[in-house]
Ligand binder design. Structure first.
Ligand SMILES: NC(=O)c1ccc[n+]([C@@H]2O[C@H](COP(=O)([O-])OP(=O)(O)OC[C@H]3O[C@@H](n4cnc5c(N)ncnc54)[C@H](O)[C@@H]3O)[C@@H](O)[C@H]2O)c1
Length: 417
């Protein structure tokens, strides 16, 4: 069987979802049009571990239009949209993903992608790359390069490079300005709130929201939470970012202090046990814990279970823990990315930008394969300009061009007051 999905009969629903996403992903469709003519991936297999969402479906079809064979598994056990997975499988695309995968299935599906011997890998979180390096190193000579979607994955790749463990070239797609300034900021900002709302339907106005991490994601979440009338507290370990948060008008304090005030908590750091047992012991009755960082280790869920005498699912994606003190704490989506588990992930418009980055990164790898080394690369700056120009055109927005006089002025040092 070329697929493992929840229910192949969901394919027609998946088709409608993908059609709707396409209508908002004009920039990526322009890349698809060019790929369809030039076929940059003819004869190549692209293996993916990405969230299987409608937007990813649009990326898959774009790479196929460019001549690739695409094979896909999920990069998170809870983020798959089963109708989209069914659609891809029904089209004959090897697809291994369902929402609610066991850990064993999660890795089995990543291995199923590896079995297709990809020439290019696309990862979100670096699990596919690390699995290849740790257990299937014999395939590495066949691999031209890979692309990584997210901050946490890039941090892992940089650690691999420093350890001399990285054996094929990787492109840090998250480093594109058209990725982290939009996807992480606007995308995570909006969809994290969406996930919390779908899971709880709680009113944000008047609540205190604690955002851990004032990076690109955290800033987006803080801004949207404030926009809905919440008081926002930021926690940080980086002095510059803490200062930025303070000057953006948020309260900044250590998590141990913030824990006492928060009604809703969102971790967005990429780190481990950002919310830990000592914090939970300080929390108010009814506190809601959620995470939008890549892995589910930001909230110590095992610790929460140990503090508790009872645990029950009160709504889909919302589990109530009753602590020995009889206070209740609610954990959303098992501490996994709440925007993908409880909602649909980022809106199509921002994924269009991110996935233009993925598509163009794959093309860049093919064009430069002979000279690339096993390192983490960033794409040349003109790629960002190309993606932004496509998106602006799609949005019907025109901008100015510098005049000859302005260019000359910008490049010279002689002219002063
Ligand atoms: N949910 C999504 O759809 C989505 C989208 C993009 C990125 N991500 C993930 O979100 C996470 C954050 O990404 P980003 O781009 O904002 O990263 P970033 O590096 O810009 O920001 C992370 C911030 O967290 C801070 N931090 C680290 N440890 C901390 C701690 N103990 N307490 C408080 N703050 C701490 C860092 O100083 C940094 O400012 C990553 O795991 C990334 O992979 C998720």
């Amino acid at each position: 069987m070329h697929y493992a999905v929840k229910d192949i009969k969901l394919a027609s629903q998946g088709a409608k979802k993908i059609e709707f996403a396409e209508a908002h992903m004009g920039a990526l469709l322009e890349v698809r049009k060019r790929f369809a003519k030039q076929k940059p991936f003819k004869g190549l297999t692209i293996g993916m571990a990405l969230h299987v969402t409608k937007e990813t479906g649009v990326l898959v079809e774009t790479l196929i239009a460019g001549g690739a064979k695409v094979v896909i598994a999920s990069c998170n056990p809870l983020s798959t949209q089963d109708d989209v997975a069914a659609y891809l499988a029904k089209k004959g695309i090897p697809t291994y993903a369902y929402k609610g995968e066991t850990k064993a299935d999660y890795y089995k599906f990543i291995r199923a992608v590896i079995d297709h011997k990809p020439h290019i890998t696309i990862d979100d979180g670096c699990d596919l790359v690390s699995e290849i390096h740790l257990k299937h190193a014999q395939l590495i000579p066949n691999i031209l390069g890979g692309c990584e979607e997210t901050t946490t994955g890039i941090n892992r790749l940089i650690a691999m490079e420093a350890d001399n463990a990285l054996k094929y070239p990787m492109v840090a797609v998250n480093s594109n300005q058209t990725k982290h300034l939009f996807d992480n900021f606007y995308g995570t900002g909006q969809s994290t709130i969406d996930g919390i709302l779908r899971a709880t339907n709680i009113l944000f106005a008047g609540k205190t929201v604690v955002v851990a991490g004032y990076g690109y994601c955290g800033r987006g979440v803080a801004l949207r939470a404030r926009g809905m009338g919440a008081k926002v507290i930021v926690t940080e370990i980086d002095a510059v970012r803490a200062l930025q948060a303070a000057m953006d008008g948020y309260q900044v304090m250590p998590m141990l202090q913030a824990a006492k005030h928060g009604d809703i908590f969102v971790t967005a750091t990429g780190g481990k046990h950002i919310i830990d047992i000592p914090h939970m012991k300080q929390m108010k009755n009814g506190a809601i814990l959620s995470n939008c960082g890549h892995f589910n280790c930001e909230i110590n869920a095992e610790g929460l279970a140990k503090l508790s005498t009872k645990k029950k699912e009160v709504r889909p994606h919302t589990v109530e823990y009753t602590l020995k003190s009889s206070r209740k704490i609610y954990l959303l989506s098992d501490g996994r990315l709440v925007n993908l588990a409880a909602a649909e992930g980022h809106p199509s418009e921002v994924m269009s930008l991110s996935f233009c980055g993925q598509a163009l990164a794959c093309e860049w790898i093919v064009k430069n394969a002979k000279t690339l080394e096993p390192k983490v690369y960033e794409l040349p700056k003109n790629v960002d300009a190309e993606i932004a120009t496509l998106q602006l055109r799609h949005m019907g927005i025109k901008i100015d061009t510098a005049t000859k006089e302005q260019k000359k002025y910008a490049e010279s040092w002689r002219e002063g007051t």
